[in-house]
Design a protein around this ligand. Structure first.
Ligand code: NDP
Length: 245
């Protein structure tokens, strides 16, 4: 059971859960390939990890573009020889009441949260197949378990990814592909900054300030799934603040 020596590509690595996951996995000996749009943040994180003796490279990607995910996976293979795990974590939360008809916000969430994961799958699966093994981890949300007003579309994208992963899992029971869904509750990150609706943003920010768990807690859950031996697949993990209803 080990993370040491694994090659892990992470989308949404420039902040929050992705950043915490990159730091933890690198600390435990993984080589990490860090994908997101904000290169400055990625470069700083890469430098930090290297300073501490870890292995990391930054790769500017926009998950809404298939070619960028292909480049992320290629970077793992070119720099570190393979890709053991893709963590499809990039996400946005443009929440608002459905009746407000924020069609652009809906599209943006579908593009990042759902299409972004599909793009990762399209990029990684052929390489996993060639290697004879691979592991897909995605970040879902407790928002898709209990549908809170304003979160219907966001929850829908997360539920769609859960469905997608379960379908993929059942198509791939030959032992070469592992899939894991992590569903966090409130986590103290920058996610609320992607909310345009001021009331929804204030409500989420208030909950985050009051009782969010740190992103390192989610990183530990991801590490747990990754460190299992090949024949053990951790399917779903829900991790939330103890006081969250
Ligand atoms: P952050 O806002 O801190 O992180 C989101 C990450 O996604 C950033 O690194 C951002 O990087 C990246 N991202 C956004 N859009 C794109 C894009 N088009 N292409 C590439 N990267 C993109 O929030 P979290 O860490 O909280 O979010 C991580 C995941 O966890 C998300 O999927 C979120 O839905 C999920 N989640 C979060 C919860 C929470 O309470 N925080 C609860 C449940 C789930 P950049 O802007 O540099 O591109």
């Amino acid at each position: 059971m080990s993370i040491d020596g694994k090659v892990v590509a992470i989308t949404g690595a420039s902040s929050g859960i992705g950043e915490a996951t990159a730091r933890l996995l690198a600390e435990r000996g993984a080589a990490v390939v860090l994908g997101a749009r904000r290169t400055e943040r990625l470069e700083r994180l890469t430098a930090d990890i290297r300073e501490q003796g870890g292995r990391a490279v930054a790769c500017q990607i926009d998950v809404t573009r298939q070619a960028d995910l292909t480049r992320l996976v290629e970077r793992a293979v070119t720099d570190f020889g393979r890709i053991d795990v893709l963590v499809g974590n990039a996400g946005i939360s443009k929440i608002s009441p459905v009746a407000d008809l924020d069609v652009d916000g809906w599209s943006a969430m579908i593009d990042v949260n759902l299409r972004g994961v599909l793009h990762g799958i399209a990029a990684a699966l052929p390489v996993f197949r060639e290697q004879g093994e691979g592991h897909l981890v995605t970040t879902l949300s407790t928002a898709s378990l209990k549908i809170v007003p304003t979160m219907a579309v966001y929850a829908g994208t997360k539920n769609a990814v859960g469905t997608l992963l379960e379908g993929l899992r059942r198509e791939s029971t030959d032992g070469t592909l592992r899939t894991t869904s992590i569903s966090p509750g409130f986590v103290g990150t920058e996610l609320a900054s992607s909310i345009d609706d001021p009331h929804a943003r204030e409500r989420i920010q208030h909950a985050m300030d009051a009782f969010a768990i740190p992103p390192t807690a989610v990183a530990s859950a991801i590490a747990f799934a990754i460190e299992q031996p090949r024949e053990v697949e951790v399917g779903d993990i829900t991790i939330r603040p103890t006081v969250q209803d």
